[in-house]
Design a protein around this ligand. Structure first.
Ligand SMILES: [Zn+2]
Length: 480
């Protein structure tokens, strides 16, 4: 009886590969899956009954800003409650390490709340994450904007010089050696807007040597999106790195329907280059409050403001009416602030989700006072709303897009499948009821239908609350 630490009995296994559900017991010993065998054949003193439930690999949230949330908020309930067992951090050009400047600065303060959480080297930062004993795993990208701030200080409105590029490249090289899994860029954001294609491609060179990935919040997701795709693919080719385009969208009403252009372009490029993208299942995005973004959004909700209290969760237009000024003027008065922008077409979101190159990333922002609901709802929403209700793809394929496929693309070894020898990152959920409950009005709300979540063999979510397990790890590049 004591051969296994845990047996999950009588479930239907979605093993992550995309193949049809099959009935099996899954046993766990230590941090690994020990066996996957016909129902009734495996026993343990500690059994979890999964009758009527699906047993899937833990989900991999490929697009997060959880770098220091893993330290400040180690139970990671917003993710564990969705069945997420690994978060890929450091996206959109912003990572908490390596960072050698004395102040956090405004841009980095979006993902770092405490100065003691930044670190001069990736190795030191990884140690801080491990010391916090988070419930779930983190894999880390190094942000190009973070590298820029190290090399160029406040003087970011220009191209980097050759010697600054060398500084950035060396910092990336060191970080990859210490286990970071790749580099992200955010050419859309002020700290990196002035960077040239050549700059990013030169900085990214170490990716090829170490087998790192390149993720991009592209320079333009609106009118010039096709040009930005070309730039992103070129950087990947020159760096010798696989490309992952972040939160793929066609932003702004004038660009609705343009997935008809971008998706075939992805398909074509994928024939000759390793390219994928991630999507979040909502028609609204969220980032800092920027005046340039107001005109292309149908509605703008404030997520936080450092200068005006009581506006989080409210419509910018209502706040502006109260202030008796334009929304542009109101946006100025709220700075620094964050916002949710309704700026996508539902049909576009669905075609992106259904594309063979798509995986799922929440892009949730963990420290917002009134966050976008994707922070708590992304994965159950894909399973419940898009797979079950809209039948956009079979459940097994939804699971594949959240597990084995991202594990392969981000090169996370021995994760993302229910298979003997793989890590025991698992999610047991009810396929009939799983659904997000977080809304734009009430965004902090755990999903329904997620029963039990294990990470490295430890229970991290059970019966609607954190399970107490704190076995999350830093997933380092090249680990098996
Ligand atoms: Zn982004």
């Amino acid at each position: 009886m004591a051969d296994y630490d845990i047996v999950i009995r009588n479930g239907q296994v979605a093993d992550g590969s995309g193949k049809s559900l099959f009935a099996a017991d899954v046993s766990i010993k230590g941090d690994r899956i020990a066996a996957v065998e016909p129902p009734g054949t495996l026993r343990s003193d500690n059994e979890i009954d999964a009758a009527g439930r699906v047993v899937a690999p833990g989900f991999i949230d490929v697009h997060t800003h959880d770098d220091t949330a893993l330290i400040d908020n180690p139970a990671m309930a917003m993710k564990a409650s969705q069945g997420v067992t690994t978060v890929v951090c450091g996206n959109c050009g912003a990572s908490a390490a390596p960072f050698v400047r004395p102040d956090i600065g405004h841009f980095l303060s979006l993902i770092v709340k405490k100065k003691e959480n930044i670190a001069g080297s990736f190795g030191e930062f990884a140690g801080k994450v491990e010391a916090a004993r988070p419930a779930i795993n983190g894999a880390f990208l190094i942000g190009h904007s973070t590298l820029r701030m190290n090399a160029m200080g406040e003087d970011l409105g220009r191209k980097a010089t050759a010697s600054e590029i060398a500084v950035m490249r060396d910092l990336l090289d060191q970080s990859l050696e210490q286990g970071a899994i790749g580099m992200s860029s955010g050419l859309f954001y002020p700290p990196a807007m002035a960077a040239s294609t050549d700059e990013v491609a030169e900085v990214a060179k170490p990716l090829g040597k170490w087998g790192g990935v390149y993720t991009a919040h592209m320079r333009d997701e609106g009118d010039d999106i096709l040009k930005s795709m070309d730039e992103t693919f070129e950087i990947g080719r020159r760096a010798g790195a696989p490309v992952i385009v972040s939160h793929h969208k066609c932003a702004g009403r004038s660009n609705f329907g343009r997935m008809k252009e971008t998706l075939p372009k992805f398909s074509e490029a994928m024939k000759s280059q390793e390219i994928a993208f991630d999507v979040y299942p909502y028609v609204a995005g969220s980032t800092i409050l920027r005046k340039e973004m107001l005109d292309r959004a149908d509605r703008v909700l404030i997520t936080w403001s450092d200068t005006v209290q009581g506006v989080a969760g409210r419509d910018l237009s209502a706040v502006a009416a109260e202030m008796d000024c334009s929304i542009h003027e109101a946006a100025d008065r709220l700075q620094p602030a964050g916002a949710i922008y309704f700026m996508m077409d539902e049909k576009d979101v669905q075609s992106a989700l259904a594309h063979p190159g798509a995986m799922i990333g929440s892009d949730g922002i963990p420290f917002d006072s009134h966050p976008h609901p994707r922070l708590w709802g992304t994965f159950p929403r894909v399973l419940g709303h898009y797979a079950r209700e809209l039948k956009l793809f079979p459940l097994e394929d939804a699971v594949r897009r959240m597990t084995s496929y991202p594990a392969q693309r981000f090169r996370l070894a021995s994760r993302g499948e229910v298979r003997p020898g793989f890590y025991a990152d698992l999610c047991v959920f009810d396929p009939a009821t799983v659904i997000d409950t977080a809304t734009f009005e009430r965004p902090i709300s755990p999903a329904s239908g997620i029963d039990t979540v294990l990470c490295n063999g430890e229970v991290v979510w059970r019966d609607g609350k954190p399970g107490g397990g704190r076995g999350g790890r830093v997933l380092r590049r090249g680990e098996v």
